[in-house]
Design a protein around this ligand. Structure first.
Ligand SMILES: Nc1ncnc2c1ncn2[C@@H]1O[C@H](COP(=O)(O)OP(=O)(O)OP(=O)(O)O)[C@@H](O)[C@H]1O
Length: 252
């Protein structure tokens, strides 16, 4: 599904991602862990198209997407969430969801004039889809509330919903567990498993190893921009180099 081949990224003289390769198979839930500053978010930015790599290649379902813009990658089915979700605070949840729907005809002035019924039908279908996702995520009762009322964990769920509006085939999930209370964390884990059952692949950045162990079959460990180790969650937590990398930076 996703292949990263020998990707590096320099910022000025600093190489923050060094010759990293990884592969995520169709239908997998893979983890990406590493101490603070290891380069995980930068790697997500490279995969999602926020940055271009200095060298190397990125392939999605066999197609080279290395130089493609982020919105083109999204159209191909590559969705991503951010470490700190930033919904439109004054817009309702349903409006936030609808704003994330892709390629709506109603955005075109001419479509509104020439095919108003088709535009209206599409808007109805998107609204139904948005409501169904909000129900699935346990947010339906808040659908008409402004997003500013949401807790940190609910914001993570809304962001997942916004990504689902684009019908992704793979989702890059950035720290789904950060700042989330334990009850909501279980909901997030449950929903990710359910979405994965529908055939959607995940690559997840996460510091919470319990969450990683519950979700991920395979884990990649980055340290100082390099791929340090990969294996099952239990192999990862027992690996001396991985333990050293974490202890060396004082991270947990
Ligand atoms: N735009 C940028 N310009 C210069 N340096 C950057 C830029 N973005 C990231 N870096 C540096 O790259 C390194 C890796 O950062 P990155 O955010 O990718 O790490 P991370 O593994 O996601 O860390 P964390 O777990 O703390 O989120 C850091 O040293 C950071 O300061």
């Amino acid at each position: 599904m996703l292949e990263v081949r020998s990707v590096s990224k320099h910022f000025g003289g600093a190489e923050v991602v060094s010759n990293v390769s990884l592969g995520v198979g169709q239908g997998a839930i893979a983890g990406l862990i590493g101490p603070n500053g290891a380069g995980k978010t930068t790697l997500f930015n490279l995969i999602a198209g926020s940055f271009a790599p200095s060298s190397g290649d990125i392939l999605l379902e066999g197609a080279a997407i290395t130089r493609e813009a982020a919105h083109r990658r999204l159209k191909r089915g590559l969705g991503r969430t951010f470490q700190i979700p930033k919904p439109f605070a004054e817009m309702t949840l349903i409006e936030n969801m609808l704003a994330a729907a892709q390629g709506q005809r109603g955005e075109s002035l001419f479509a509104n004039w020439l095919t108003p019924r088709r535009v209206a039908a599409e808007e109805r279908a998107n609204a139904e889809k948005a409501m169904a996702h909000l129900e699935f995520l346990g947010l339906a009762r808040l659908a008409r509330e402004p997003a500013r009322v949401l807790s940190g964990g609910q914001r993570k769920l809304l962001e997942l919903g916004r990504v689902l509006m684009a019908d992704p085939r793979i989702i890059l999930l950035d720290e789904p567990g950060a700042g989330v209370n334990p009850a909501l964390l279980d909901t997030i884990i449950d929903r990710v498993i359910e979405i994965n059952r529908r055939g959607i692949t995940f690559l997840i950045i996460e510091h919470n190893m319990d969450l990683v162990a519950r979700l991920c079959g395979h884990v990649f460990v980055l340290a100082a921009g390099c791929m340090l180790f990969e294996g099952t969650p239990s192999e990862v937590v027992r690996n001396p180099e991985v333990i050293d990398a974490y202890l060396g930076t004082g991270s947990t």
